[in-house]
Design a protein around this ligand. Structure first.
Ligand code: GLU
Length: 279
């Protein structure tokens, strides 16, 4: 019996060392999970209060952060083993395809163009494109008003694309790397409006330093169903994440995350969308 135990242990040790060799230096990162000790790298926004924000103390907060943390847990990764990677709008597909992140949860709209390069789980949230203007500006009430205005949005976003394609093709549109970069320009009148999802704009308007300065126009210029972006063809991961999102909605964690993160901004969210196994 003793001998048997010893040889089993030796065999286990051998398997372990072989696995470690096979995986090389990356064995700890973005593995299959399950042990609770491996690391996982997840892409989020760092500058969107309410969704994905890196706080001055170095911690992260927001609805996308909570969703990603829940999903990671279901995949077998503890919160302390998450490495957060900033994922600007224009870089999300590349970060996923290159394997820099296991998945992206970053106000990331599911659409056909993006599906050529990545797959999505979800949708787990539904936002709408809207406009943020200065609180005392009543000259912008609909999308067409933007045709004679200076507008700020972000490269690689559906928001910028929609403006060019249909909402206000003649607008003087400047694209930044991130939405937070548009805010100073909006305040000092370099821009007349900032356009993106209402979920993001509500977060900016509610920030202490912005209170009373900006208002949302209150338009629903598009549907923006948020998905979790993952490597194209990884149907196993897609299914696992869809299962995690379904569980998050059914056990009340989704509702709690919405309240915790959007409550302070007084954002009126849409109900949880139905997870679409084919998204
Ligand atoms: N949801 C839109 C998009 O995926 C706008 C927000 C963003 O840029 O993250 O492009």
């Amino acid at each position: 019996m003793k001998l048997h135990k010893a040889s089993a242990a030796a065999a286990a040790a051998l398997v372990l060392s072989l696995t470690a060799t096979a995986c090389g230096g990356k064995s700890e990162e973005n593995g299959a999970g399950g042990s609770g000790g491996d690391k996982i790298t997840i892409g989020i926004k760092f500058d969107q209060p309410g969704l994905g924000l890196k706080k001055p103390d170095g911690t992260y907060a927001g609805f996308d952060v909570d969703v990603a943390t829940y999903v990671a847990k279901e995949l077998g990764y503890d919160a302390k083993n998450i490495i957060w990677k900033e994922s600007p709008s224009a870089e999300r597909e590349n970060l996923i395809s290159n394997g820099d992140v296991k998945f992206v949860a970053a106000s990331y709209t599911i659409n056909d163009e993006r599906k050529k390069k990545v797959d999505f789980a979800g949708p787990y949230f539904l936002a709408h494109q809207d406009l943020l203007v200065r609180a005392d500006d009543s000259s912008i009430t609909k999308a067409e008003d933007l045709n004679s205005k200076k507008l700020c949005s972000v490269t690689g976003s559906t928001s910028a694309q929609n403006v060019k394609d249909k909402l206000a093709p003649k607008a003087d549109l400047q694209n930044s790397g991130g939405y937070s970069e548009c805010l100073t320009g909006l305040e000092n009148k370099a821009f007349d409006a900032l356009t993106t999802d209402n979920s993001i704009l509500a977060g900016y308007a509610a920030q202490k330093e912005h209170q009373g300065k900006f208002k949302l126009v209150g338009l629903k210029l598009s549907d923006e169903p948020y998905g979790i972006g993952l490597k194209k063809g990884d149907t196993e991961l897609q299914k696992k994440i869809n299962d995690a999102l379904t569980k998050m909605e059914s056990d009340g964690s989704w509702e709690k995350a919405v309240k915790d993160n959007f409550g302070p901004a007084n954002y009126k969210n849409e109900p949880a969308p139905k997870i679409d196994a084919t998204s």
